[in-house]
Design a protein around this ligand. Structure first.
Ligand SMILES: Cc1ncc(COP(=O)(O)O)c(C=O)c1O
Length: 320
């Protein structure tokens, strides 16, 4: 028995049902240019500045066991990101919300990774006055993705604190605007691979932790949770985990977190929509705490997945 048996056997059964589906949208559905298409057929125009300059924002909620998880929190962040980029959605928020629910229902996907994109829109390569571009919205629902798969979750993953690359400073690219400018993360992923680890954590170059390639970082020391304040996306998963931690009796701190605390932690967890609570048991080649998935991580892991069936955090999708 592994603690992960709490969700994975049932999830695998749902995956098998999806794999047997003859629905043309079962492997994913996209909304592009006003039409629904199977995701493998979806195309974006080459002249979209989202592609040419990564001038875009996006957001990613998930569906778990037929229920949308914290969709409104993701829409709130999406709208806030658009505002910071001075973008205006061509369709109202309610339509984005309704379409995402409709697309999930049409696809029959019960565990989904859901993406909404807002791009600057179409302009020729150098003819670019950003305020003049009508912004473009793209939507997509695909089967759920795991930043850390079941087998690794059982024993915990390995990470390094990147030495050769730092997180892009917030004064250059605002990390609170969810973005796909992954230059720093990609370099750090290669560094992690070169050093025999799975995941990188990036520092701010001044001795503080930021985040990793697609996840927030949470450290546990003496039952207290610590997570970086600056240079990070304000993750919805992190928000959920801190709420649940409080209910389990753990206090937490969002502040500048020195890199040295990571080496001195009892437990380390990475948190993101695509994977939930992910234990890290090896850091820079050395065990974290006793090298096993710790009790605080396990309690938060279970509370996190239980929250997916809780109406406080999720609502059911009416499948056709
Ligand atoms: C850079 C970065 N940090 C943190 C996160 C976690 O955010 P959330 O919990 O809202 O999925 C993500 C999610 O993709 C991310 O890309």
């Amino acid at each position: 028995m592994s603690y992960t048996d709490h969700i994975f056997p049932a999830y695998r059964r749902r995956c098998a049902e999806l794999a047997a589906s003859t629905n043309p949208f079962a492997q994913g559905i996209a909304w592009v240019g006003g039409d629904y298409v199977p995701v493998a057929e979806a195309r974006i125009p080459l002249l979209d500045q989202g592609f040419l300059k990564s001038d875009l924002t996006y957001d990613v909620p998930a569906v778990w066991d037929g229920r949308f998880f914290r969709l409104d929190d993701h829409l709130d962040r999406f709208e806030a990101s658009m505002k910071k980029l001075r973008m205006t959605s061509p369709i109202p928020r309610q339509e984005i919300r309704d379409r995402l629910v409709e697309m999930t229902s049409l696809s029959g996907i019960r565990d989904a990774y859901v993406m909404m994109f807002m791009t600057r829109g179409l302009r020729y390569v150098r003819q670019y006055a950003p305020e003049d571009c009508p912004n473009h919205c793209y939507l997509m629902v695909t089967p759920y993705l795991w930043v850390m798969g079941e087998e690794v979750q059982k024993t915990g993953g390995s990470a390094v604190i990147a030495r050769g690359v730092r997180r892009v400073p917030p004064g250059a690219i605002d990390p609170t605007v969810k973005n796909l400018q992954w230059g720093d993360f990609t370099r750090a992923i290669f560094e992690a691979r070169d050093r025999g680890a799975m995941y990188p954590i990036l520092s701010d170059g001044d001795g503080n932790l930021t985040e990793g390639s697609g996840f927030n970082v949470v450290l546990v020391k003496d039952g207290h949770l610590y997570t970086p304040r600056r240079g990070v996306l304000e993750g919805v998963t992190r928000k959920t985990v801190l709420t649940l931690a409080e209910r389990l009796g753990h206090a937490w701190t969002i502040d500048d977190i020195p890199v040295s605390l990571a080496y001195d932690s009892d437990e380390i967890l990475f948190v993101t929509t695509a994977g939930g609570v992910m234990p890290i048991t090896l850091l820079d080649g050395a065990p974290v705490g006793n090298g096993e998935v710790g009790p605080v991580t396990k309690a938060l892991w279970q509370a996190y997945w239980d929250a997916h069936s809780d109406p406080e955090f999720s609502f059911p999708i009416n499948y056709r």
